[in-house]
Design a protein around this ligand. Structure first.
Ligand code: NAP
Length: 292
């Protein structure tokens, strides 16, 4: 621990997300001048309580910025064929610009088949393999919302990212891998740490930027960090406390802020950025569809 450092400053995800939403409002006004009115279809299968909260928040934010949202709540008993049929109808509907299928799906539905069935130009989550491949190639494609939001937080916090050493902890398709790709595009030197890495804390201590997307509550503490590192905590974990439950990240915030120079809190860091970039992606999807 470097006791000469002041505690890390908070990276205010709510404030930066509000800026992104203002940009989205301006882009929507510009589209309206061309008689284009973006619409986002959100599909929720089953009644997972956390998914219901996520979907409600997405629909509320969409309405606030002037994106028309079309909610499709399907019962837990929905078959894969029925879900694929709905996606085919939404793909064919020119009035629908974005399609989001809330994950996780019930275990009997193949997530991969569902994601690949979405028209890549309407895939506002950026999970379709055409968008994944396009991202790696540096093409203009729909990019996963959480990593895009993390990049914006880093740009607002650090300015120029060129030459910085970034360590991404986690290699999932939805966060870790696209995050590493975006950091590489921003000219960072990137290391990806995962469950088979040998001495992950030592690798992480080399980083100027740490992005934690592990799903392990408060795994990363001060001992993982180089003094002055910038820390983006993607994790959302609910833990038991003496008085009930609370949300914590993958980073031990109290410990990490004694060493880091800037850190995202949980909640109020990455979470609001994910929704803001979902809506930005809906606007980008609308624009991309004009050129097909
Ligand atoms: P995931 O699919 O479970 O992936 C977790 C990754 O962490 C895996 O690559 C795994 O390695 C790695 N890992 C596990 N234990 C590790 C350890 N001890 N040391 C180093 N690496 C380890 O999770 P995810 O979907 O990426 O989500 C990660 C976290 O972000 C979760 O808390 C999730 O709730 C949260 N999240 C938040 C948002 C948001 O909007 N804020 C969005 C998406 C996800 P292996 O590959 O070797 O198994």
């Amino acid at each position: 621990m470097n006791s000469s450092l002041a505690p890390a400053r908070d990276i205010d995800g709510k404030a930066i997300a509000a800026q992104v939403l203002n940009e989205v409002r301006d882009e929507i006004a510009e589209l309206a001048r061309q008689a284009l009115f973006p619409a986002l279809a959100v599909i929720l299968v089953g009644d997972d309580p956390a998914s219901q909260v996520y979907v409600r928040n997405k629909l509320l934010r969409a309405e606030e910025v002037g994106i028309r949202s079309l909610e499709h709540r399907l019962p837990e008993s929905t078959s894969q064929a029925e879900l694929l049929q709905l996606i085919a109808e939404l793909n064919a509907d020119p009035a629908v610009n974005g399609i989001l299928v809330q994950l996780p799906l019930p275990a009997y539905i193949e997530e991969h088949a569902v994601i690949q069935a979405i028209d890549p130009l309407k895939d506002v989550d950026g999970f379709h393999r055409e968008n994944v491949g396009g991202l790696v190639h540096g093409a203009e494609v729909l990019t996963p919302c959480t990593p895009s939001g993390c990049m914006r937080l880093l740009q607002e916090t650090c300015g120029d990212l060129r030459g910085k050493h970034a360590v991404v902890i986690g290699r999932s398709n939805i966060v870790g891998k696209p995050m590493a790709t975006l950091l590489l595009q921003a000219d960072c030197s990137v290391s990806v740490v995962h469950s088979r890495s040998v001495d992950a804390p030592a690798l992480c201590r080399l980083a100027d930027i740490v992005v934690a997307a592990v799903g392990r509550p408060q795994l990363i503490d001060a001992s993982w960090l180089k003094p002055g590192a910038v820390v983006i905590d993607v994790g959302i974990n609910r833990i038991e406390t003496e008085t009930g439950t609370r949300l914590v990240g993958d980073v031990d915030y109290a410990s990490a802020r004694t060493v880091a120079s800037a850190i995202t809190p949980v909640p109020g860091g990455v979470g609001p950025m994910t929704i803001a970039y979902l809506l930005k992606n809906t606007v980008i999807a609308t624009q991309l569809q004009q050129s097909r």
